[in-house]
Ligand binder design. Structure first.
Ligand code: HEC
Length: 432
C-alpha cells in the first residue's frame, strides 16, 4: 500500500546529479534551463496537456510530444521565444491565455522564455513522473531518515513491513525495528505478505529502467528469490489468495502475473494507457482490479488476462489507490481529484455507488478493515480519515500529521492502523 514517494533519498540523488552538472559547468548553481522549464510545465500545464487530456491535442507528457505540437501546429520555435505559440499564450498575446485556468507568474514566464531562447534543449524523463514526485513536495533534506513509502501488516498481526529507500524494515506492531532487509533497487513502493504469512514480496525498481520483485522469508529474514521485470518501477504488488501468483503493476503501464515459486512470468496484461499504481485480487482470486493514472479502474479475468466489462470511470484525474471489498462485489478508488468513489461490480463493469470529496489534496492511500465496514484514507493534506465503507460518511479524522502520510496498513484484527510518513516514522493508531 502506498504508491507515492519521492523522499530525501531521491532528493539526495537529484542533488548529487545537480552538483555534478554544476561542477562541470564551473560552479553554476541555477538549475539547467531545460530542467527549470520542465518543472514549470509539470506544475502549471500538465494537468490539461497530458496523454489522457490533450487540450488542443497538445501533450506535454515528454519532450517529444511537446515538440510534436498541437492542433494549431508547433508549440514553440527553438531559439525564438517571440514566435513561439506557448510563450505568446502565457504572455497573453495570443488567446486563450495559458494556463487556461489562471496566469503564470512573471518569473516563470521568464524561465520558459529563456529556455526557448536557449534553443529549447530537451529535459530528461517525463512530466507525469515529475508531477508525481512533486507529491508530496520535495523539500530540503532536513531528515536523514528515508520516507516510509509502503506498509503491510503480517496476517498473524505480529509484524509490520515498511518499505523505504533501498530497504524494508520489519517492525513489531508498536514500532520497534526488528530487522532490515536490504539490497533493494531504490524506493520500495509496495510490500505485501502472502496470505499465509510465510512470504513477503517487495516491489521497487529504477525509473525508465526496470522493475524489481523480491520474495523474502520474513521469519528467517532472508531473500528467497528475486527477479527483474517491467521497464520501469513497480508501484504495486499483490498475492493471489492462494499465494501462488504475484501480480505487479508498473509505471510502464503494464500489469504482470508471476509464478511465485519460480519467478516465471505467466502473462502480461496491457490495457491501461498510463502508469498503473494500484492492484488487488478479489477474494476468490479469479479477478484482478487495477487503478491507473489514466483515471480508470479496470477489472481483469486472471485466467485469460482479458478485461471484463467497461472500466470504472468518473475520476477526473490520476488514480493512485484502490481496494477490493471483502465480498469482492465492490471497489473503492481515489487519487488526484480528491474524491473517493465506490463502485458496485456487475456482469459488465460497475455502477458508481457513492462518492465523497475527501481531502484537501490528492488521496494517496486507501485501506479497508477486514470486515469491510471502515474505509481509511490518507491524503496529501496530511490527514487520515475513517469512513463508513458503505455510505462514505466520515466517522473520524486523525489530528493532522506532522508530515505527509504515504502509506496505511490495517492489522488483521481490524483494531490498529499503521500510518507511514514521509519523515520515515510509522505511528500506530486505534481504528474507531
Ligand atoms: C486548465 C487547462 C489548461 C491548462 C492548465 C493549460 N492549458 Fe494550454 N490549452 C488548454 C486548452 C483547452 C487548449 C485549447 C484551446 C483552444 O484551442 O481554443 C489549450 C491549448 C494550448 C496550446 C495550443 C495547442 C494547439 O496547437 O492548439 C498551447 C501551446 C498551450 N495550450 C500551452 C499551455 C502551456 C504552456 C500551459 C502552462 C503554462 C498550459 N497550456 C496550461 C487548456 C489548458
Amino acid at each position: 500500500m502506498g504508491v507515492l514517494s519521492s523522499g530525501p533519498a531521491s532528493l539526495a540523488g537529484f542533488l548529487l546529479l545537480a552538483a555534478t552538472a554544476s561542477g562541470s559547468a564551473g560552479g553554476r548553481s541555477e538549475p539547467a534551463p531545460a530542467e527549470a522549464a520542465s518543472k514549470i510545465l509539470a506544475r502549471e500545464c500538465y494537468s490539461c496537456h497530458n496523454q489522457v487530456k490533450r487540450s488542443g491535442s497538445l501533450s506535454l507528457h515528454t519532450y517529444r510530444t511537446l515538440m510534436k505540437g498541437g492542433n494549431k501546429g508547433p508549440a514553440l520555435v527553438p531559439g525564438r521565444s517571440d514566435e513561439s505559440r506557448m510563450i505568446q499564450m502565457v504572455e497573453g498575446l495570443l488567446e486563450p491565455i495559458m494556463p487556461e485556468d489562471g496566469f503564470l507568474a512573471e518569473p516563470d514566464i521568464e524561465v520558459l522564455r529563456a529556455w526557448v531562447d536557449a534553443g529549447a534543449p530537451p529535459w530528461e524523463g517525463d512530466l507525469g513522473r515529475m508531477r508525481l514526485e512533486r507529491l508530496p513536495d520535495i523539500r530540503p533534506a532536513e531528515t536523514v531518515r528515508p520516507e516510509v513509502a509502503s506498509l503491510a501488516f503480517h496476517p498473524g498481526g505480529t509484524m509490520v513491513a515498511a518499505g523505504s529507500y533501498r530497504e524494508v524494515r520489519l517492525l513489531r506492531p508498536g514500532g520497534e525495528v526488528q530487522a532490515r532487509l536490504t539490497g533493494l533497487a531504490e524506493t520500495v513502493r509496495s510490500v505485501v505478505f502472502s496470505p499465509d504469512g510465510s512470504q513477503l514480496a517487495s516491489g521497487a525498481g529504477m525509473p525508465s529502467r526496470f522493475g524489481e520483485v523480491k520474495i523474502w522469508d520474513p521469519a528467517a529474514r532472508e531473500l528467497v528469490r528475486g527477479w527483474e521485470g517491467h521497464t520501469d518501477c513497480i508501484y504495486s504488488v499483490a498475492f493471489s489468495p492462494d499465494g501462488s501468483v504475484l501480480a505487479t503493476a508498473s509505471y510502464d503501464r503494464l500489469i504482470k502475473l508471476w509464478e511465485v515459486k519460480t519467478g516465471r512470468e505467466i502473462r502480461t496484461i496491457s490495457g491501461h494507457v498510463d502508469a498503473v499504481y494500484s492492484l488487488a485480487f478479489n477474494p476468490a482470486g479469479d479477478r484482478l482490479a487495477s487503478a491507473s493514472a489514466d483515471r480508470t479502474v479496470k477489472v481483469w479475468d486472471v485466467a485469460s488476462g482479458r478485461q471484463l466489462g467497461t472500466p470504472l470511470s468518473g475520476s477526473t484525474a490520476e488514480l493512485f489507490t484502490m481496494a477490493f471489498y471483502p465480498g469482492g462485489r465492490r471497489i473503492a478508488a481515489a487519487g488526484t481529484d480528491k474524491m473517493i468513489r465506490i463502485w458496485d461490480l456487475g456482469a459488465d463493469g460497475g455502477t458508481l455507488a457513492a462518492s465523497v470529496f475527501s481531502h484537501d489534496g490528492p488521496v494517496i492511500d486507501l485501506s479497508l478493515t477486514p470486515d469491510g465496514n471502515t474505509l481509511i484514507s490518507a491524503g496529501a493534506d496530511g490527514r487520515v480519515k475513517f469512513w463508513d465503507a458503505l455510505s462514505l460518511e466520515e466517522r473520524k479524522a486523525l489530528e493532522a500529521q506532522p508530515d505527509t502520510v504515504l502509506a496505511l496498513a490495517v492489522s488483521p484484527s481490524g483494531e490498529t492502523l499503521a500510518v507511514g510518513r514521509y519523515d520515515g516514522i510509522v505511528v500506530f493508531e486505534p481504528i474507531p
